[in-house]
Design a protein around this ligand. Structure first.
Ligand SMILES: [Zn+2]
Length: 302
């Protein structure tokens, strides 16, 4: 009798100790979600399917990505069809029931955070259009904060033993974020009303947040690469509008932007469209700080 009782109390003692539970395995479709998870779930094992020099619209469903998704407890992707060309194939081949659409382990951020520029009807032509709205919502610092709240909740649901830790990390991060937002907004004041030429709708959320105006897109239609004919029509317009810069993403070929710059004298600005840990742009805050500094530097020079 005594023997059993002491055994039971020993078991109760063990159960009360914190479990060395395994950290979550998180698969991010894009670097920004890996970076956000790095702040909100520092213990998790996190990997990103893509990097800053890749076009997230077009990714190959490589075996290594399939293997990574197979092991994942949680997949975090932008959604709004950004990954429509490659994620479904990965999900199917990984055959991991946890990360299929509709499961708790599959988080499409755009299902929880409002997108801009939704299309009522889509005419199917060339290029990739975004009928569910612009999926590049991580480039709005306000929406990034909303995404942080959604991700933190999802982490707690999937890993309830760390619920309190996720909450603490989120509260700390969102308080810091609030302060940064105010600081960025103040410093960005000189950019308000300035014009830009872009290549794709990648940074539209950021321009909106900064109060900057897109006057031309090097893409004749969203997702259609620039053509000589289209570029030629922009020369006169760009000369008249005098935008601050011709912006392209690090993953894009700068050739078209350079061509237009040579003919108009408007400088080219190459920006990272997501975090780039190898380049020192590690956290979401690093990304906005980098983007803001690049724009302000050009504004001061101009
Ligand atoms: Zn896009």
């Amino acid at each position: 009798m005594m023997h059993i009782r002491s055994k039971l109390s020993a078991l109760a003692l063990v159960a009360a100790l914190p479990l060395p539970a395994q950290a979550l395995n998180l698969f991010a479709c894009e670097p920004e979600w890996a970076s956000l998870a790095g702040v909100l779930a520092p213990e998790a094992k996190i990997s990103s399917a893509t990097h800053v020099y890749q076009d997230p619209h077009y990714i190959e469903a490589r075996p290594s990505l399939i293997a990574r998704l197979r092991r994942a407890d949680l997949a975090v992707c932008s959604g709004a069809a950004l990954e429509a060309g490659w994620l479904p194939a990965l999900q199917q081949r990984a055959a991991n029931p946890d990360v299929q659409p509709g499961q708790q382990g599959m988080l499409y951020v755009a299902q929880w955070v409002e997108t801009i520029d939704k299309m009522e009807s889509v005419s199917f032509g060339v290029g990739h259009v975004h009928p569910e709205g612009n999926p590049h919502l991580h480039l709005d610092p306000e929406r990034m904060r909303q995404a942080g709240a959604v991700l933190s909740q999802r982490l707690a649901q999937l890993d309830p033993e760390r619920r309190d830790a996720y909450k603490v990390d989120y509260l700390r991060w969102s308080m810091q974020w609030e302060q940064k937002l105010a600081d960025w907004k103040k410093r960005a004041e000189p950019l308000r009303g300035r014009k830009l030429v872009v290549q794709h709708t990648t940074f539209d959320y950021l321009w909106r947040w900064l109060g900057m105006d897109v006057v031309a897109d090097l893409e004749p239609k969203p997702g259609v690469p620039p053509t000589p004919g289209h570029l030629a029509t922009l020369v006169k317009q760009v000369e008249q509008e005098r935008p601050l810069a011709i912006v392209h993403s690090w993953y894009q070929d700068p050739q078209s932007a350079n061509w237009l710059s040579e003919r108009t004298g408007v400088p080219v600005l190459s920006l990272p469209s997501t975090t780039a840990p190898d380049e020192g742009v590690v956290t979401p805050a690093d990304l906005f700080e980098h983007l803001l500094q690049q724009l302000l530097e050009l504004e001061r020079a101009g």
